[in-house]
Write a protein that binds this ligand. Structure first.
Ligand SMILES: Cc1cc2nc3c(=O)[nH]c(=O)nc-3n(C[C@H](O)[C@H](O)[C@H](O)COP(=O)(O)O)c2cc1C
Length: 370
């Protein structure tokens, strides 16, 4: 059996953890489809995430899901802070489970990168003005996170406590909705990354300055979520392992943070991405361009319970299998290739020679002769 189709367990502090049927994970991908702008997942999300589950993936991760309204990346994004949202999430999870996949929710706060226009054809860049359904963003500092964005308002220490509480409240709702795992979004220049990186964290209070203080928000969020998230369910995090800028956040700092998160806060899964704060970041984008980051962290964190998944232009079955077989990561996250082929996992199984009876496809599709 290829390693990609060997089950993988995401450990949890209590019990056996979450065993995935294979090591193909769907990466979180915003859809920007909520016309009502109320954060409630729609039929689109059901078919979008549902088709990945039917398509054989082991774990399906939702798009960035705001823990509060002003934490959404765009007004058309999903949230998990109202009863109506929770009910709609429950419907997604039920269907994902019915197809044999596990479900993770990516809990997110966009901070100063919130209230942006959706990344859709014909949409402008930048911050959506209040007159058009946008809002004043709250972030790490009184400054725009990126050129072209409006300035955020720096969160006060009280404001930070409220954000931490919002993550915990969303985690409770995630459990009630039936999610198997949480992925905290600490990557791509969003709120937690804004605090981690010296490029954006210019604070001089208890949340800025040295690495101890810059990592405090992430550690507090992990602690607050872990305190309410059932001990038998795994807690994960997505990080930008490097800003790709001298003097920015880097792999060594990531390793130090992850070790602490694993030891002190029961974090057992890390999805390794990169970038998101601009500033001339020099990213050589190509096939598997972030695998070396995951490989370094897999090596550094050996001996901890952390499961490492890698993401970024992993499009081919044989490429994914090679990454796993060479020990560079324990799992692969697939983004755009899954949009092109929601049945990527079943197709990959077929290409890697998995026996037909073991390929993860719905029985009603058996005549497709995988
Ligand atoms: C349409 C789209 C939406 C995305 N939305 C998110 C998101 O909500 N959260 C996140 O962490 N990354 C997001 N990403 C990044 C992907 O999860 C992934 O890291 C990236 O696309 C690289 O992987 P790939 O080459 O397999 O697509 C998005 C990417 C795409 C293409």
């Amino acid at each position: 059996m290829p390693l990609l189709f060997t089950p993988l367990t995401l450990p949890a502090p209590d019990g056996d953890g979450l065993t995935l049927r294979n090591r193909a994970i769907v990466a979180p991908m915003c859809q920007y489809v909520i016309d009502a702008e109320d954060g409630v997942p729609t039929d689109w999300h059901l078919q979008h995430l549902g088709s990945f589950a039917a398509g054989g993936f082991g774990l399906v991760t939702t798009e960035a899901t705001g823990v509060e309204a002003r934490g959404r990346i765009s007004p058309r994004d999903v949230g998990l802070y109202t009863d109506a949202q929770q009910q709609a999430h429950q419907r997604l999870v039920r269907f994902i489970h019915s197809q044999g996949a596990a479900a993770a929710v990516q809990l997110a706060h966009a901070g100063g990168k919130a209230s942006t226009y959706p990344w859709l054809p014909g949409q402008p860049d930048g911050t959506v003005p209040a007159a058009d359904g946008g809002w004043q963003t709250a972030g790490v500092a009184d400054a725009p996170v990126l050129p072209g964005l409006d300035a955020a308002t720096a969160l006060s220490e009280q404001g930070i406590a409220e954000v931490v509480a919002a993550f915990a409240a969303a985690a409770r709702r995630a459990d009630a909705a039936g999610y198997d795992a949480i992925q905290l979004h600490a990557a791509h220049g969003y709120l937690m990354h804004q605090f981690l990186s010296p490029l954006t964290n210019t604070r001089i209070d208890g949340y800025g300055g040295d690495e101890e203080r810059r990592t405090r928000l992430v550690r507090e969020v992990a602690a607050a979520v872990r305190a309410v998230w059932p001990a038998h369910k795994p807690l994960g995090i997505r990080i930008s392992a490097t800003d790709w800028v001298d003097g920015g956040w880097d792999v060594a700092a990531s390793a130090r943070l992850l070790r602490r998160l694993a030891t002190d806060h029961g974090v057992t899964w890390v999805d390794v991405s990169s970038g998101g704060l601009g500033r001339g970041a020099d990213i050589a984008v190509g096939p598997g361009y972030q695998v070396t980051l995951a490989a370094e962290l897999t090596r550094e964190l050996a001996g901890t319970p952390l499961v490492v998944s890698t993401v970024g232009l992993i499009d081919e079955a044989i490429q994914a299998e090679t990454i796993l077989a060479s020990g560079q990561a324990h799992a692969v996250s697939i983004g755009r290739a899954a949009l092109r082929d929601p049945h990527w996992a079943a197709s990959a199984a077929s290409r890697l020679g998995v026996p037909r009876t073991e390929i993860p496809y719905p029985p009603q599709y058996w005549r497709a002769n995988w």
